[in-house]
Design a protein around this ligand. Structure first.
Ligand SMILES: *Cc1c(COP(=O)(O)O)cnc(C)c1O
Length: 401
């Protein structure tokens, strides 16, 4: 260590700047990150081959172990999350499955919230139970719920998601970060790394489906987890065997998404708030859920832990499934599709699509009613979107009784 001050200290940069700057360490003089479309690298003899094969997260050995394009994306996400390191996967579910199976063994206990992405819930309730991993589900929006369900010495992992899919329930990150004993992972997909940073609240791992807002253009399928390097090295050691390896091309698309994430998120959040206000006053609507709305039950919490209220809202229509169906039929701009965080506004009916595999009791427990619609707000002109969505509600008033 030298006591001589750095003559050219880099000033700390704000998040939007870091989204543009991060992940360039291996670019040489290229502004755009090169696409390393290779599965393997040539070694210069036995010693070099051995060095490449045995280095943790070994660079330039074999792409299931590591790939420079993927690494650039991982470095950018780590920077935005305030993490030592990040690790990418072939999908958000690849990240979920690898993290859970890397950290948990038969006989271990997991606490998870009920309000989870349906794939995560299905993974915890299906394969995990089959492998002897015991799972307790709690209401993640209730203070103290996670802590109460933890069994000291047995609970290995706590799985939370905030804001949750599809009803935008929140988890108190400070409270979860104070939990001692189990590892904590927060699925932060709906917030994006610019909307909240779970690690700053003491959470061990922040997880994203980068398919969504991070990549942001519906052209990549990718997952990523950020946290301490030592923990990620352990997850990586299992992950190379699990094999949910990201494609370098998808990582390149997602890194391009990171560059514009700040402006996209700002535009989407502003429009989402406008739509939430426009829909909340409509007679056809029972409830609008958006963390930025003052009457969201956890709005105060959202204001303390989120730097953007995000691009997602949920609307519960009077009239159940027929009303939801009529509404979708009358949309002329917003599209009926799953996924979120892209340029096009997408509306999905969780009860018949993302959450169709839930039993009626499970659907009720996580608030997926027959009239619930999830809206991913895109980048279209906000006036066009208000006209389209309010117009679709006005079109068939008889359906919303
Ligand atoms: C989409 C999504 C996932 C799964 O991600 P994939 O990339 O589709 O595998 C996990 N969590 C949340 C909150 C999601 O929206």
């Amino acid at each position: 260590m030298s006591a001589v001050p750095d003559p050219d200290p880099r000033p700390p940069r704000r998040p939007a700047t870091r989204a543009v700057e991060a992940g360039r360490a291996a670019n040489d003089r290229s502004l755009s990150t090169p696409l390393w479309a290779t599965s393997t690298w040539e070694a210069a003899g036995l010693d070099d081959a051995n060095r490449r094969a045995t280095a943790a997260r070994g660079a330039q050995f074999y792409s299931r172990y590591a790939n420079p394009t993927v690494r650039a994306f991982e470095d950018a996400v780590a920077d935005l999350e305030g993490a030592e390191s990040a690790l990418a996967f072939a999908s958000g579910m690849g990240a979920v499955a690898t993290v859970v199976l890397a950290l948990c063994s038969a006989g271990d206990h997991v606490v998870a919230q009920r309000q989870l992405y349906a794939g995560t819930l299905a993974f915890l309730q299906g394969p995990c139970r089959r492998f002897g991993i015991d799972v307790t589900l709690v209401d993640g929006s209730v203070p103290g719920a996670f802590a109460e369900a933890v069994r000291p010495g047995r609970t290995m992992l706590v799985v939370a998601e905030t804001p949750s899919n599809p009803r935008l329930d929140l988890v108190d990150l400070d409270e979860l970060g104070r939990l001692r004993g189990p590892f904590t992972v927060v699925d932060s997909t709906l917030a994006t790394p610019l909307g909240q940073q779970p690690l700053r609240h003491g959470i061990h791992l922040s997880l994203h489906s980068a398919t969504k807002g991070i990549a942001g253009h519906n052209d990549a399928t990718l997952g990523v987890v950020a946290g301490e390097a030592e923990l990620l090295d352990a997850i990586w050691a299992y992950g190379v065997l699990h094999g949910a390896t990201p494609s370098p091309f998808d990582a390149l698309n997602a890194l391009r998404g990171v560059r514009t994430l700040d402006v996209r998120l700002q535009r989407q959040a502003t429009t989402a708030r406008r739509l939430a206000d426009a829909l909340a006053g409509h007679t056809a609507v029972g409830e609008v859920r958006y963390p930025g709305l003052p009457d969201h039950p956890q709005h105060a919490l959202a204001a303390t832990q989120m730097t953007s209220f995000g691009s997602m809202l949920a609307v519960d229509l009077h009239g159940g499934r027929p009303a939801a169906s009529a509404f979708l039929d009358h949309l002329r701009l917003a599209r009926v599709a799953t996924s979120l965080g892209g340029p096009e506004t997408l509306v999905c009916h969780p009860a018949t699509s993302t959450h169709a595999s839930l039993t009626p009791a499970e659907a009720t427990a996580c608030g997926v009613t027959a009239g619930l619609l999830r809206i991913s707000v895109g980048l279209e002109d906000p006036d066009d979107l208000v006209e389209d969505l309010v117009g679709a509600l006005d079109a068939r008033p008889d359906d919303y009784r």
